[in-house]
Design a protein around this ligand. Structure first.
Ligand code: ADP
Ligand code: MG
Length: 621
């Protein structure tokens, strides 16, 4: 993968040259895999014709994991070894996982939580990789060939650690990750909205256990996530629980039901709720273990009354996301419905009322994310459909920054920022009278310039002479929708400006990105030590510089003994400033600043007196 890669215009390759790429929706409840065949995206089915793969994995001692429907079917018998909703733990620590309220045997491990199972302690990455491996096998069986790569979707709010964990899970499953794509963006792409009118779109995603709402802004074919909101503990399951509770309340014996019977009630409640999406009335029915048949009639109308408070909670999240984006419901051009639970007619109605328009439901809400991911994967693999000329939304896979004193990197745009993006930061001069500044643009996660990739260098000239630290130079990084990085440096008082444009994508392969990221993690400690040393060295150099200038200007303010001490400290700092011993450098800096304290105070007095001389008192107030 190249950074910010934009596919080139060109002919659609001949069928035999088509490269097989898939889109994967790695969901909390269900996962899917889709591909583009004969120009049409389609979800791939398993041997039994099912499209959804429940995101559930059961672990046994000395046996391969059981993934999907079979794992879910035996969940009640072996809850501790049947991992569901593992997505909630991706990139999370044990404490965070415990706080989620889910009852697994969590093991503290450096970085990410582990789950204790009959097959050993497993990280969420491994569990996810088992789900992904199953989808990969499904795709290869259906397509009859190896895959060149996959686009995997993640929630828009996923942070770096969660995204990295998803990437690692895919690698572990033997998938080449073409890109991670935000779920709402994938859904919008499935609807072809990237060709629609520019403006704001909302994506309402009600899944099995989570609710996400995203506000996207479309400009020149590129989506930008402008706000996200939601509730990680609100989904179809909660509606099931409402029905189950209500049904049980009508049966006096229910309070004595076994765990097994309660579980059966939940399953029946879900089935009833799903039937109510198409029928006006049904019943919650299932056999108890002792053979008694439970059958509680339920109308859609009654269910909708029960469901109203939950739906209102989702609407409140949506209103908040809009507010965060500084928008009103009427500013939204289209609303995309995602997630199986948006099949409930009451949800569609409520969302339609909030936004004052009929939401988009033509595509299957379970499949829409996977379909959009497949379109994106197809494009990234180099299989352009006729007439397809859309730009790809992307994130920056490695941070962009500047070299600062001492060969250190100051990050300006952090990795995973969605493009287009612009960030600015102010820098200052290092020396008195410095009239030019050299700007070195680098990319990477490491603290030292030498470990990052150099992208461009340019100079800002014509800075008016000022004392060190007085100039204000604003450096702006801007990555546009075409993936071009423009860097501008501007001296604020005079407006002198210099700039450069670079294409950071050039020549950075997926492997390189992987290696650089892995190194940045491995090297974090060494980097922190190196940064500290460099910072001390820079401080030493700066101090030596300014003490020398001060001695030249106001050396007469020191008596002989004082001068000797300062000279000695100066010599020591000069000797130490390139040393590798951080303590030696720090010691020399301390001694030099202490030995010049009184001198600095006297200089200050002198300059104030000079400034005041010849002015009347009333001018000074
Ligand atoms: P996730 O994104 O969390 O993996 P999904 O998008 O697959 O989840 O949604 C799963 C939820 O969708 C479940 O709660 C399921 O009951 C619900 N669902 C699926 N089909 C229907 C339907 N016809 N009516 C109502 N809810 C449905
Ligand atoms: Mg989903």
């Amino acid at each position: 993968m190249a950074l910010l890669q934009i596919s080139e215009p060109g002919e659609s390759p001949a069928p035999h040259q088509r490269k097989l790429a898939v889109g994967i929706d790695l969901g909390t409840t269900n996962s899917l895999v889709a591909t583009v065949r004969s120009s049409v995206p389609e979800v791939l089915k398993d041997e039994e014709g099912r499209v959804l793969l429940p995101s559930a994995v059961r672990y046994l001692a000395d046996a391969p994991p059981i993934v999907g429907h079979e794992a879910l079917a035996t969940q009640a018998e072996d809850p501790a070894n049947t991992i569901v909703s593992v997505k909630r733990f991706m990139g999370r620590t044990a404490d965070e996982a415990r706080a989620s309220g889910t009852a697994y045997d969590f093991v503290d491990a450096p970085g990410m939580v582990r789950l204790r199972t009959a097959a050993g302690d497993l990280s969420p990455i491994e569990v996810s990789s088992h789900i992904l491996a199953r989808l990969k096998a499904r795709a290869e069986a259906a397509l009859g060939d190896e895959l060149v790569g996959a686009v995997i979707t993640v929630p828009a709010y996923f942070d770096d650690a969660q995204r990295q964990a998803t990437r690692d899970a895919a690698r572990l499953a033997g998938l080449n990750v073409l890109r991670l794509l935000n779920e709402p963006t994938a859904a919008a792409i499935a609807y072809g909205l990237e060709n629609a009118a520019e403006g704001v779109y909302a994506v309402y995603d009600l899944g099995g256990g989570t609710f996400d709402v995203s506000i996207l802004r479309l400009t020149k074919g590129v989506f930008e996530v402008v706000a996200t909101g939601g509730d990680t503990a609100l989904g179809g399951d909660d509606f099931d629980a409402l029905i189950a509770e209500w049904a049980a309340s009508s049966i006096p014996e229910a309070k004595d039901w076994s765990r097994h019977d309660r579980r059966a009630l939940m399953v029946a409640a879900r089935a009833a709720r799903e039937r109510l999406s198409v029928e006006a009335a049904t019943s919650v029915r299932f056999p108890l273990r002792d053979g008694t048949e439970v059958d509680v009639p339920l109308t859609r109308e009654h269910f909708e009354t029960m469901a109203a408070p939950l739906i209102e909670r989702t609407l409140a999240c949506a209103r908040r996301a809009l507010r965060d984006a500084g928008l009103k419901p009427a500013d939204v051009r289209g609303v995309v419905m995602v997630g199986g639970a948006t099949r409930m007619p009451v949800v569609r109605r409520a969302v339609g009322e909030l936004f004052g328009q009929t939401p988009l439901t033509d595509l299957d809400p379970d499949q829409v994310v996977a379909l959009g991911a497949a379109l994106q994967a197809n494009l990234l693999a180099g299989n352009r459909l006729p007439g397809e000329d859309w730009l790809l939304l992307d994130v920056i896979p490695l941070s962009l920054g500047l070299e600062t004193m001492g060969g250190l990197v100051e990050r300006i745009i952090p990795r995973n920022s969605t493009i287009p993006v612009a960030r600015a930061q102010e820098f200052t001069t290092f020396k008195d009278g410095q009239s030019a500044m050299s700007i070195h643009v680098v990319q990477g996660e490491r603290e030292l310039v030498s470990a990052c990739r150099s992208l461009a260098r340019f100079e800002l000239r014509g800075i008016p002479p000022m004392v060190a630290g007085a100039a204000r130079i604003r450096v702006t990084f801007q990555v546009d929708a075409d993936g071009l990085l423009g860097v501008t440096a501007r001296e604020q008082s005079t407006g002198v400006e210099a700039s450069v444009t670079v294409k950071p994508s050039y020549g950075l392969s997926d492997d390189e990105i992987t290696r650089m990221l892995a190194e940045s993690i491995d090297q974090a400690d060494a980097d922190a030590r190196a940064r500290m040393l460099r910072e001390q060295q820079v401080e030493a150099r700066q101090l030596v510089e300014s003490v020398r200038a001060a001695l030249a200007a106001d050396g007469d303010l020191l008596d002989e003994a004082e001068r000797r001490r300062v000279d000695a400290a100066l010599a020591q700092a000069e000797a130490a400033r390139d040393s590798d011993d951080v303590e030696a450098v720090r010691g020399a800096v301390r001694e030099l600043s202490e030995s010049t304290e009184a001198f600095a105070a006297r200089r200050m007095d002198r300059s104030i007196r000079a400034a005041l001389s010849g002015r009347k008192l009333d001018e000074l107030t």
